[in-house]
Design a protein around this ligand. Sequence first.
Ligand SMILES: Nc1nc2c(c(=O)[nH]1)N[C@H]1C(S)=C(S)[C@@H](COP(=O)(O)OP(=O)(O)OC[C@H]3O[C@@H](n4cnc5c(=O)[nH]c(N)nc54)[C@H](O)[C@@H]3O)O[C@H]1N2
Ligand SMILES: Nc1nc2c(c(=O)[nH]1)N[C@H]1C(S)=C(S)[C@@H](COP(=O)(O)OP(=O)(O)OC[C@H]3O[C@@H](n4cnc5c(=O)[nH]c(N)nc54)[C@H](O)[C@@H]3O)O[C@H]1N2
Ligand SMILES: [Mo]
Length: 765
Amino acid sequence: MALEENNVIMADADARADVIDNPKIKKPHKSAVGIEGATRGMYFGVREFGLLNLIDLNRHNGVKCPGCAWPNPSAGKGGIVDFCENGAKAVAEESTARRCTPDFFAEHPFASLRERTDYELSHEGRLTHPVIKREGDDSYRPITWVEAFDAIADQLKKIEPNEAAFYTSGRTCNETAYMFQLLAKRLGTNNLPDCSNMCHEASGKALIPTLGLGKGSVTLEDFAHADLVITLGQNPGTNHPRQLGSFAACKENGGKIVVINPLPEAGLRKFRDPQTINGMIGTGTPIADEFYQIRLDGDLAFFQAVNQELIKRDALDHDFLDKYTTGQEEVIEHLKQVDPEAVRKATGLPDESIQRVADLVEKANGVIVCWALGATQHKNSVETLQEIVNMLLLTGNIGKPGAGTCPVRGHSNVQGDRTMGVWEEPPESFCAALEKEFHFPIPREHGWNVVETCKAIRDGRCKFFMQMGGNFLRAASDTAILERTFPELEMTVHVSTKLNRSHIYPGKTSIILPTLTRSDAFYYGDEQQAVTTEDSMGYVTASYGKRRALDHLLSETYILGEIGHRIGGENCWRQMGRSTKEIRRRIENTIPGFENFEERLTEPNGLILPNGPRERNFTTKDGKAHLTINNIEPLECPPGHLLLQTLRSHDQYNTTIYALSDRYRGIKKGRRVVLVNKDDIEELGFKPGDVVDLYSDWDGTTRCAPNFRLVPYKTPRQCAAAYMPEANVLIALDNECKVSQTPVMKSILIYMKPAKSTGKGGEKE
Ligand SMILES: Nc1nc2c(c(=O)[nH]1)N[C@H]1C(S)=C(S)[C@@H](COP(=O)(O)OP(=O)(O)OC[C@H]3O[C@@H](n4cnc5c(=O)[nH]c(N)nc54)[C@H](O)[C@@H]3O)O[C@H]1N2
Ligand SMILES: Nc1nc2c(c(=O)[nH]1)N[C@H]1C(S)=C(S)[C@@H](COP(=O)(O)OP(=O)(O)OC[C@H]3O[C@@H](n4cnc5c(=O)[nH]c(N)nc54)[C@H](O)[C@@H]3O)O[C@H]1N2
Ligand SMILES: [Mo]
């Protein structure tokens, strides 16, 4: 049970936080990758995976790296090895020789596992056998596959369809995602929360109504043609290292890069390309021509001011506006009224920065804007992204070479999962196509997203929860509330590769089904089964796993075939479960853009999905791109408070912690740190190195994350940072983005108090 001392909500996940971290703090790096990045990647990869397999990453007929969704280079244009340090770590993590067996569960009841850190849980290795926890048990025991499938189907038949939720994490391939959403629909629900709801949901919610498609418009080649790339809210040196190569390509062709970020992230300063001699041993390519250290969530105001300036200068593309857009008069009138004082307050930047960016946009013949979570996880993220779209539309920077939108997706197939219909709001055309193909009724009623699922679990409206990959309990907000309410569920089912915190808060009955990943070889009979994924730019490629170490495991699709067969009984389930080609045939029949799927997959670059905005074909209701009116609502930060963003260290993959350091930010061996401007540390009455408890208040409740070491850092005043998932306990479930319902993970209002605990385990290295 979560602690609740003096009405302060705390999470079990922090049970070990009293072993206080004492990391070594060095100066942050000024460049990313280079020989250290390459060799560390090699080290992890060779240790666990073997060099041969790494070289196959991101190659035709190889494996799409599970590290991120950045596209592969076009056929023939890649380097000697097309992977990065963190891709190597991601593959190494799933290639480990360590095994988490039924014996492990027998020896470790839930109570003892709950005292482990996420780092320790991740390190138990690959799950090897299906296991079950029945009512009253205090640990998991082995179960046969058949018994597991029967138990799941029996439970699903007992409840109302809308009492079940089916969560997808974006590692899952297209074939799995397609079957998973079909299974939910066969049962009769669209309760299909997915990691995208916490990630780029705001991008979709901003792009669909304005441009007609919830995906980015640029291709990899556009970077070489762009005169200007603006990037905000992302840390590519850690999270999308191969993107640095695209920035470098832009610079080599004379383009400029503007970086907008509260933190001076290493990868955005300089990139040392490990593919070149200069990158290995030289000083590398400086990335940012301009760096604007903006306050958290100041971006909407920033882009409004830039748009106002462009209007003042009449640097608009009138032909484009007249031909392709609606709303220009009202929006231009609105932008003329933007209050410079509100802009200064929200951004914390001098007026010259606006002038400077307007100069660059005005001169550029192609502008790309890239963004990730720093733009999508705020209360008003949809408005921010719509304002960016306004800028691109006002200047005609969409649907031409070197110009457009570039939302940089996270999980390697998060975009594909949505294309496959993992969406709580399925469009009518898709429902009708499925009905025609499968001859069973498809529900139309919209289902739950992540936050709605959490609330349904909290309020007892959800009875069955199944996750296809991922670590829902730890990735979502309000950890303590989920820890308390997950065990009330009738059944939880996890299709997983490794142990994580969601498993150790089992429902009354809980089942773990271990499975293969994309880098594992997957055969049915003699035939190797390909799986497919879609990258950030809409290229669909096949993966052929290589590793055969866990041959006795079942694939995700086989598992779904067996459950579907027990629920619906139609022949299609087992046919799809045994052949991914059969799933692709069904995809081809029901999702536009997948014509001749199997054949086009054999092409070196795979299959390119249609992209309207790329061709200035805006498939909104009226066929026009829409300019929108957005309003600045500056975040208030009362005295004594800070705004906290939660982000990733260099040594983690979301909730999977590879190691305890954050090399580029200069933090070694310690994750419970809070990065704060040194003047704020002083003004709030603390000293660098003090240990503090972090608090947040929401609607009369108080949440606490204990024992964080104060690290002075170059971040704007009042803008602090700590790592996810340790800080998730601070985010109240109701603290969500207005339009997309994304949990507000990048601007949580907090305050600090000296730590209550002095560290019973003493200081650790
Ligand atoms: N190695 C590795 N790779 C990954 C992941 C991983 O955990 N590890 N996760 C994957 C996933 S699922 C995702 S979604 C992506 C995440 O990729 P990122 O979005 O790069 O991830 P974060 O670590 O959350 O970093 C957020 C960045 O936004 C900046 N930022 C925060 N708030 C603001 C703001 O208000 N304005 C501006 N302009 N900037 C802001 C922060 O300073 C930080 O640089 O990475 C993917 N790739
Ligand atoms: N505070 C805060 N919270 C955040 C964020 C943030 O920035 N701040 N970011 C959010 C974002 S962007 C995201 S995407 C979510 C991530 O949320 P999730 O996707 O739910 O979390 P992961 O940590 O990526 O999931 C890791 C687990 O996936 C399983 N797994 C790995 N590979 C496979 C596979 O191939 N198949 C199957 N079946 N299972 C597999 C393993 O069991 C592993 O333990 O977190 C969100 N949470
Ligand atoms: Mo993500």
